[in-house]
Ligand binder design. Sequence first.
Ligand code: TYM
Length: 333
Amino acid sequence: MENKKVIFSGMQPSGSLTLGNYLGALKNWVKLQSEYDCYYCVVDMHAITVPKEPKDLRKNTLEVLANYIAAGIDPEQVTLFIQSHVSAHAELSWVLNCFSYFGELGRMTQFKDKSKKLDNNSIPAGLFTYPVLMAADILLYQADLVPVGEDQRQHLEITRDIAQRFNNRFSETFKVPDPFISKDGAKIMSLQDPTSKMSKSDSNENAYIILMDDADTIRRKLKRAVTDSEGVVRYNDNQPGVKNLINIYSKITDKTTDEIAALYEGKGYAQFKDDVAEVIIGELKPIQEKIDYLLKNKDYLEKIYVHGAEKAEAAARKTLRKVYKKVGFIPRY
Ligand code: TYM
């Protein structure tokens, strides 16, 4: 255990998890859990950077935890917890805020995308400092690796910059983490606009599949998935819709993208889309049954997150103590 490298990652309970979250990150988390010392977190504090109904946040937080376990995360093996239960995240975040720059935060594409939809006077400061809290999440656990989808790469870069800056100023304090981003499937695209990523905050429900979608919903969404007028199942950038569906198929079945294109030679999109739907349904069915079961057993979920927070707290406190000392705070005991 001692010599295992450390992994940290998290997902926002801003809604139900999507097929993008699952194929882009969660499936990798499962693969990595036995080889590394993993901390997997439900980042509820990040979820309030945009308006969120309290009752929805509570519901989604438990759902995301259930989704993790149902997808194969073993709570015995990994530390599974809820971000707001470990106050060191907020505490380190404040310190790091004082070592992060307005300019670099303003360059974050996620901030630019989200803030441009809002009036200047109603952009929450938390949306702006969001990446600093994310850096705190990761650096508290001295993580070596952070398995995420492609869209989080820039946040990982700023985390590294903040860690290096702090280390240079005060001597070695934080491990500088590396992103762990898989090649294919690191960006699952919207089913309605295959040039933008699949996101649970999309206003069009047909654009994404959530892990809880039933079979008929998945079939319907796939039928409506945007493709093109070429009519040939080929893996290339000029056919982003088809490429995305091939990626989904490939990520689930472990068939290569070439194998899949060959399977559909001479067949139209209708058959291909139907088959992609069935592949997704087959993958999600056992997960959905487990999610159902877990959400009916809230006591079990509670035991897991309480125990997880205790373990996480111990590791996080160690780092925070070091940081407080380095910046010059007087220890209370
Ligand atoms: P979030 O909640 O948006 O997404 C969770 C994870 O899913 C990946 N992902 C995708 N991968 C492929 N295709 C997609 N369409 C897709 N959509 C989402 C994301 O890359 C991510 O890995 N800021 C983070 C949460 C976070 C975090 C952290 C992650 C907070 N603290 C510390 C790692 C480490 C986020 O909003 O992810």
